[in-house]
Write a protein that binds this ligand. Sequence first.
Ligand SMILES: [Mn+2]
Length: 394
Amino acid sequence: MTIENFFIAKFGTKLVLKESSQNSVKFIHASDIHLGAAQYRNEYRSDDFIQAFQEILELAITHHVDFIILGGDVFTSLEILPGKLTKIVNMLRDFKDFTQNSILIIAIEGNHDIRKFSRGVRFERRGQSWLKLLNSLGLIILLDADLEAPSKDVFKPYNFATKKGGKIQIKNVVVYGSRYLGEKPISFLSKMRKAIVKENGFYNILLQHFGIEGQMENVPGINLEKIQHLKHRVDYLALGHFHKQFIIEDWIYNPGSSEAACSIDNSFKRGVFLVEISKKVEKFVKQVKVIRLINRKYIWETLHLKFEIRNNKDIEIIIIEKLKSFLRYLDNDIHPTNPQVPILYLLLKGIKPSCKINEKDLRKKICDTFPIIDVRVYQKFRKSLKTLDNFILA
Ligand SMILES: [Mn+2]
């Protein structure tokens, strides 16, 4: 049996390599794909993250880009189920074959790629990541700087034999990158600035995994003033980390997460950047287009419990009945692989039930009853009056 290349099946024919101009470079900047997210909870939902990655690869093909850069958190943790990893490896292999290796995927490790992030245990970095595996298989280019080395050796050109290096040149663009540098990368960044070569006729991209202070509420980031010095040597600072998209001063770019890794991500502007750098006389001209990815549909419903409910069965019945009227417009005939089948975020408000809600059972009931892919339940009940009375009397 021959297994057909996914991209050939999708696009009909093999990619015809175009004679591309040396004076124009096109790339896609994406980040925070979080492969492996939701994998224990829901098969379809976890495939959404792989689907978003696939969409990025398809965009790279349809827009004839020269390369893709990924700003870290490509994987959501060190844990990934074998079936999911197999799917990702096969997809990248098909992409490499289809494009005849003409579109390189350049990545760095984000904080999620390099540490165990679940099950309550957080071990120290041991230098492992799934990106290192993909790099060793020749499916991606993983960049990392040697920050202990003298300036000239911090960013060694990527060597395809040893599969190591901190920079790579494609046409007249040079991409520099390093893994996630922790929460205080300032001293590393000044070291990097010294190591970045600013040469006439070359356009420098620095690929990093950190956020900028003030771009997301209550999330720490780096002070913008403290990285101004990079501007002299970096033409395009390509970031990942914050899941909310931002562009600063026309040189700092953060695309945001590809899929919503948590419910709040849905409220952010997110997507990928399609960038074209053209050389006009002695100057580079940059054009940036924001592309939104398809992503899974989601709906929020708020349900007020108006009286105190004492047993779980009643809670389930009441919630299901209310949802039947709220969700009656949903189409029962779409397959869950279709991103139009929504994920439901259910906010429970009103009077707190006197029994503990069995969320697992409730979620299963809701998923079995409605054409949704998954449900998340948020319990935001008012404090019961009784408790409040007791509190006041005490
Ligand atoms: Mn992330």
